[in-house]
Design a protein around this ligand. Sequence first.
Ligand code: NDP
Ligand code: HSE
Length: 434
Amino acid sequence: MGKPVRLALLGCGTVGSEVVRLLHEQAADLAARVGAPIEIAGIAVRRPNRARGELPVDPALFTTDALGLVKRDDVDVVVEVVGGIEPARTWLVEALRSGKSAVTANKALLAEDGGTLHDAAAEGGADLFYEASVAGAIPLLRPLRDSLHGDSITRVTGIVNGTTNFILSAMDATGAGFTEALEEATALGYAEADPTADVEGFDAAAKAAILASLAFHTRVGADDVHREGITEVSAADMASAKAMGCTIKLLCIAERGPGADGAESVSVRVHPAMIPRSHPLASVGDAFNAVFVEAVAAGQLMFYGRGAGGAPTASAVLGDIVAVARNRLAGVHTASESAYADLPIRPMGEAVTRYHISLDVADRAGVLAAVAGVFARHDVSIATVRQSGRHADASLVIVTHRAPDAALAATVEELRGLDVVRSIASVLRVEGGQ
Ligand code: NDP
Ligand code: HSE
């Protein structure tokens, strides 16, 4: 057995307390796997005297001085499970620059300013591991970062937010509207008291940025991600999706390919989309996550599991702790970033997708021709048209073929001004089909 590897644990909430529990319960196995015992040197929290149930840890380890703990000479590895941008960034940069490896679950910080953390890791010759930051328990970042490094990833499509997947799955199963499904998610503890980060797509956008950075060897930040949430998805949209043999999911889509100028670029977007029920992601229900990766040689790969929760997330954190502890004993470190490709970010307008548009229209001769003329003017090809209702209740549902998002958006804008169109009931993208 080598000398103990000593951890500074920053945060002891939902994830941190499970990290403590797993470190305690699996101490002997972890020591055998690493080749040295793993010990907790200290735990930084906001309220050290808060009741923490039956946590198997010495209360004397708790402190409010996180930075002081990070700087201690007897700390080898820093584990950050607090969240937010500051002071987490200051603690991690301090650790990494001084050669202490770090494990973090902080997707918000990685998406906002991951470059600063990677630079600090390179400067200090330290490891920066963050498997838990995307899709919780699912081993996903390590395969992207290591196993697929000999291949070229072309597309990553994922359901990476459990709260919104629970809400959309409930809407699909029961016909409930968004508000009703959100209330159910809150009552069952899936949605937080303030669900904004989840339902407006911020959480998924942060994860999309991390996935795209790893998949395409390019620094992608949250600001590079086109983001739309699920608050506008209605029961009528879900019913319309069902009528087409589809369901609606909040997707993160990261693609590599030529842009309008033919140059290789990266497009990253998060938005609700209809997908066919036959698509592998359509059957991902409840609060589960799944990510579909397409690579040139490997073909299609699917990763599935629990994307959140104390124990599942702690499982990923523990995996990282074992990896950095082993590296420390071996006297090596793993380059935390591969950003050599440095590809430009393609604007959303150039993303090629399909639209499903529901229009309330006047029911008289020439209306369809007027509507079709708008699509033709923007070079958007119509795949299907369905009319329901008559007279004052007539509505058209139009599904397009693939076209640049800018052309589709301009089509919708012109339709809004058409006097035969009373209102545009909904516009949704369609993904995953032909
Ligand atoms: P919690 O809110 O449950 O816990 C946060 C912890 O940080 C608490 O122990 C809190 O102290 C401590 N803390 C807060 N501010 C400070 C401060 N200024 N100084 C010292 N300690 C502080 O968060 P989670 O465990 O849910 O999340 C932690 C991280 O993991 C976040 O980055 C999150 O995005 C990520 N994550 C979480 C998942 C989940 O399912 N919960 C899933 C995947 C990632 P105190 O206990 O005294 O309040
Ligand atoms: N709020 C997130 C979710 C937690 O619903 O998936 C995991 O990042």
